[in-house]
Design a protein around this ligand. Sequence first.
Ligand code: M6R
Length: 647
Amino acid sequence: MCGIVGYIGPKPVVPVIVEGLRRLEYRGYDSAGIAVAGNSAGLELRRAPGKLVNLEAVIAANPISGTFGIGHTRWATHGRPTEENAHPHRDCTGSLVVVHNGIVENYLALKHELTARGHIFVTETDTEIIAHLIEQELADAAKNGKQNNGRHSERSEEPPHFANDATNIPLEEAVRRTVHRLTGAFAIGVLSAHEPNKLVAARMGPPAVIGLGDGEFFLASDVPGILHHTRNIHFLADGELAVLTPHGVTLTDFDGHPLHLKIQRIQWDPIQAEKAGYKHFMLKEINEQPRAIRDTTLGRISLDTGKVFLDNLQITEQEFKQATQISIAACGTSWHAGLAGKFMIERLARLPVDVDYASEYRYRDPISDPAAIGLLITQSGETADTIAAQRELIAKGSKTLAICNVVGSAVTREAQGTITTNAGPEIGVASTKAFTAQLTALFVLALHLAQVRGTITADQSLRLVDELSKVPSKVEDVLRSVDLQCQELAKVFHTANDFLFLGRGIHYPIALEGALKLKEISYIHAEGYPAGEMKHGPNALIDETLPVVTIATKDPNDPSSVLKYEKTLSNIQEVTARSGRVIAIAIEGDEEIKHLVEHTIQIPQAPELLLPILEVVPLQLLAYHIAVRRGCDVDQPRNLAKSVTVE
Ligand code: M6R
């Protein structure tokens, strides 16, 4: 989604903002712009459609400078990705600008009202109305001020834009009055040429952070945009408004009541948000998975006792014991993790689990028992649908637990506890390391639930914890052994028009994830199916052009896993009998499957519930290499955004 960077401080403003926007590119965007003020030229604006290089070319051709400014990368919602629709947007006077992330739902009604009052709109966007609303608030305040001073306003009939320089309320007050009129979601940054060295930011919905440096202050829509300048971050909460000046930051609610900054020290190393020699962030992040998994178990498992520790939860062991259900809500890849988590929790803790698309949850009037525990799975912690599902769960009386990669994000603030996935910043739009870290966190949670509910023995715990601790090095083995093979497979299959991904049981969510990875970065149509469903329809798709990736792994020590594997072998034969081209994911040493299929990718053996973490790695690499061969923008696929902060 849109990126915002604002800066006040001694450094040259334009490079700070442009570099910040570059570090937010992963969020996805299709135009960019910047406004700076504070020198004799007044407020200056540069914008360009397309990527940041276009904006840089515009700035190079027509340089600007100032002492404070804001920039924006726009992911189009209202209006095409053109120069005029790019942010920042101006009021009628051109002396006040706004950048915005989110959607103003009542913008049409407001636009009609403002047009009737003489405002002139020059874009198709919802954001532009915010600039005009602020302008109007300033004008109204100025007018009232004059009337209160006993002077009848001679200018009362003048268009509002003539009144902007005669304000008698500060910019932040006009912004406060404005945000009360907006419905929908917004994170905004505002500056006015008439109030030098002041940035105003407000949030209701999409994320925004304030960075506090040494004599310099930042606004951004996400931490990586400013992390190379400061690690001291205040995550703006819904309903908060911040005023940044060279002297510091003041915080209030939307009614002007003072609030305290809650500064968090971000531990991420800025280097973690760099490509570190890899061609793409996605490839780097795929290769970071062993560490992400290891760090997610760190301090949470005891290899001596098999015990699992989940600290800082406001959900007691008793509540976990008495829980009637776990209600999972998540989106996209995180939803796939939730589907796999259902198998883990139901099998180990014998507790029923529901898994919903967060975007559907609140609209189905869910029947939720207050003794059910809501579980939100989200990499960013800022996904609008997931936040809405969380609020629905809370409204129905449930406690909510988050599995999240961003400490301090919206979902974690509203949850009664968070199991942090310590994957480090994930920049590639296609989620990889966050997914395997989520699977790891879910396994840890399933073990914890099983231990407090007494559904597994101490010996079983010990064995599973031991197996979990071996997963990172097994992922390292997979990364070493399958990358070349995935490159070769990409050579063969990158021109395919469609792909099928099949799996059974806990392997079915991994099939879904393999299909999602492929479609989002290579734009090849792909579907994930439970292998047993093929005969109920999808078999009709099979011909000699269709690659069918089938997850056919097993835990030889687990009879139910072996049974599923055997059923999957039958499904494979149904595909090959119809000339479909099967690529099987199987465990090392499985010679039988090699005779049945065209290609086999082998992964190490593991217990059934941990196999998904290993299985997904070749699927990520396959998608990656196919996308690279097709010349796709792997890290920023078209039409997608990293953090989906609108419904
Ligand atoms: O930040 P979240 O985990 O809540 O994001 C959910 C989805 O938007 C996300 O997983 C999306 O599907 C990814 N692009 C998948 O790679």
